[in-house]
Design a protein around this ligand. Structure first.
Ligand code: ZN
Length: 244
């Protein structure tokens, strides 16, 4: 047995003895309430309002500024912006017209976040669900459950913020997959160009050469990534600012 180990045992023995004595004298030696320092309010570091911590755990909002108006923590200054005006009762003669209208409204409100929703077909024309966002720059979730709507869903729409580390001009693999699963075409607005793209299941996707030209990562290429610009069916005016 090494001297080091011997002394380790001796120290451990003292600590154990001390703990037993302490416990006997004070009930529970480890009771945090006994230490006034533990009575101070404190925050879990993971939930800290520290700006750098918040930015570290944020997965979107490239220009995020974290604020707490009226003490209510919101992740980004634009989180307070009202959602685009209710468009549910507005009727459109075509799906393209409905999609172009809603992406225009979204772009008027925010350039920073993905927003998305569905287009339904009623007896008098096409209607929109209210755009939803999670205030993320590169993803969005919205309700596409047919039972949530009075009329059948005929398409989905969403916008791609102008980010240099993304490919806003193409439908992502997730975009294509969700169109196939829901059997509905999708519209996506490229906020770099203002082009409104349309893709329907069966429309195909870019070949490897086109993907290489776009600068797609070779690993993604080997994994058989699918991207498609679909076809451009509309255009809105954008300022073209790259956000990051
Ligand atoms: Zn997308």
């Amino acid at each position: 047995m090494t001297p080091f180990f011997k002394s380790f045992l001796a120290v451990t023995g003292l600590l154990v003895a001390g703990f037993i004595i302490g416990t006997a004298l004070f009930g529970c030696a480890a009771d945090p309430a006994a230490d006034p320092a533990h009575n101070l309010p404190h925050r879990d570091p993971a939930a800290s309002w520290d700006q750098s911590n918040l930015k570290l755990t944020d997965h979107g909002c490239p220009s995020a500024v974290f604020v707490a108006p009226q003490g209510e923590l919101v992740e980004c200054q634009y989180a307070q912006a009202a959602p685009p005006a209710a468009a549910e009762l507005k009727m459109f003669p075509t799906m393209d017209a409905a999609a172009l209208y809603v992406v225009t409204k979204i772009y008027e409100r925010s350039h920073y976040y993905e927003y998305g929703g569905v287009i339904v077909k009623g007896p008098k024309g096409y209607m929109l669900s209210l755009p939803r966002t999670q205030h993320h720059g590169m993803d969005v979730n919205f309700d596409d459950d047919p039972e949530s709507f009075d009329f059948p869903i005929v398409a989905t729409y969403h916008v791609h913020p102008c980010l240099s580390n993304a490919f806003p001009s193409v439908f992502s693999p997730q975009d294509l997959a969700s169109s196939r699963v829901t059997k509905t075409p999708g519209y996506v607005l490229d906020e770099c160009t203002g082009d409104l793209h349309y893709w329907a299941p069966g429309d195909g996707y870019l070949d490897a050469n086109a993907l290489i030209k776009m600068g797609v990562n070779p690993i993604a290429l080997m994994e058989g990534v699918q991207l498609s610009p679909g076809k451009i069916v509309g255009h809105i005016t954008v300022d073209g600012t790259v956000l990051n």
